[in-house]
Write a protein that binds this ligand. Structure first.
Ligand code: NAD
Length: 324
């Protein structure tokens, strides 16, 4: 019922992209950016190109100092960001997001009234639902705006943002998000950006395993990996995992599989997202049996010591399975 109403709202309030990257006309001139990992470091760099004052904070000081070299103001603690007109976060888990924002200790109770808070991390939809209520009580705006596109799209400013929040929140955050992405889609009220993101990553997690299985089978039967990929990519099996992020080393340049699976979207993060998918599916009484199997496979990948490698390393895991 809840999801049904979220999607009805999404259909009605879906905002077509209206704004270019120009947030100053919406009284936003100073930015605080939290979380400078694989994604956040690129996103913050794109903000530095557009705004004169971008302050950055990461619990990993080296990550902050690297952005300092790009022109950001390096914050020593998260509270140094509280005077920013808009604060964006790209951290990882439910706990990290709640810890950062939730009152009384978090940013929501410390920033000025009217401050725009945008969380781009992928978390359980219940997290932004809880935080937006907290924000309302404190007279600030909180939106969830998880992203799709991966590290390459983060670097090139081509991300897709899935926004959950009030129409006012979505309208205010759009010109800011346009500085880092090409698509900004208002999915509905708070949490619905996360619902859309988790549905996408449920499909992504499954399709990466399917691509890895299919590539492994063809290669084992003697096909050249590049040739097999080009056949799939001009046939009905084509998907993002096969044509943009192929898991077989050497098929594509500039992707993690061709760089020993370094960087990218870590296996532990797809496990996080598939766990969220299973938990929201349970709440919605929706069947996600392939998601359940995919989660079990990525958990095994992590147990093999590959938690901090890109999730396309599932290809290596499947390559090692001989019996089926
Ligand atoms: P990451 O682990 O590379 O980066 C997270 C960063 O946040 C780290 O630098 C960490 O030190 C920092 N951090 C953690 N807690 C913090 C805190 N309390 N305060 C300040 N900094 C803190 O992760 P990532 O790959 O950049 O992903 C970030 C989020 O985006 C995750 O929720 C992930 O699921 C999602 N996402 C990732 C990708 C991808 O391709 N990597 C794509 C889409 C969405």
């Amino acid at each position: 019922m809840l999801l049904k109403s979220i999607f009805l709202f999404a259909t009605k309030s879906h905002l077509k992209t209206k704004f270019k990257c120009n947030a100053t006309n919406r009284n936003i001139s100073t930015i605080g950016f939290i979380g400078l990992g694989a994604m956040g470091s690129h996103m913050a760099k794109n903000m530095i190109k557009k705004f004169k004052k971008v302050s950055v904070y990461d619990i990993n000081e080296t990550a902050s100092l690297n952005l300092g070299k790009e022109g950001a103001i390096v914050a020593k603690q998260v509270d140094d960001l509280i005077d920013s007109d808009c604060i964006i976060s790209m951290i990882a888990t439910n706990e990290q997001v709640l810890h950062t924002y939730q009152s009384p200790g978090g940013l929501i109770s410390k920033v000025r009234p009217g401050t725009l808070l945008i969380d781009c991390s992928t978390v359980d939809p219940q997290v932004p639902q809880q935080l937006s209520k907290d924000a309302q009580l404190n007279n600030v705006i909180f939106v969830d705006a998880p992203v799709s596109g991966g590290v390459l799209a983060a670097a090139s400013g081509q991300l897709t943002f899935m926004v959950g929040g009030s129409v006012e929140g979505a309208t205010r955050c759009e010109p800011v998000l346009r500085c880092m992405g090409k698509n900004v889609i208002h999915c509905g009220p708070s949490g619905s950006g996360q619902v859309a993101k988790i549905c996408n990553n449920l499909l992504l997690g499954i399709s990466m395993i399917a691509t890895a299985e299919s590539m492994n089978l063809g290669i084992r039967l003697g096909l050249d990996p590049k040739l097999l990929a080009s056949v799939i990519n001009s046939s009905t099996g084509r998907c993002w995992s096969s044509d943009t992020y192929n898991p077989v080393p050497g098929v594509l340049e500039g992707v993690p599989s061709s760089n020993n699976y370094q960087g990218g979207f870590l296996s532990r993060l797809i496990v996080k997202d598939l766990m969220i998918a299973q938990s929201i599916a349970k709440r919605a009484e929706a069947s996600t049996s392939l998601g359940d199997q995919a989660l079990a496979i990525y958990k095994k990948v992590c147990e093999q010591g590959k938690a901090d490698l890109d999730f396309s390393v599932v290809y290596k895991f499947i390559q090692g399975l001989k019996d089926k």
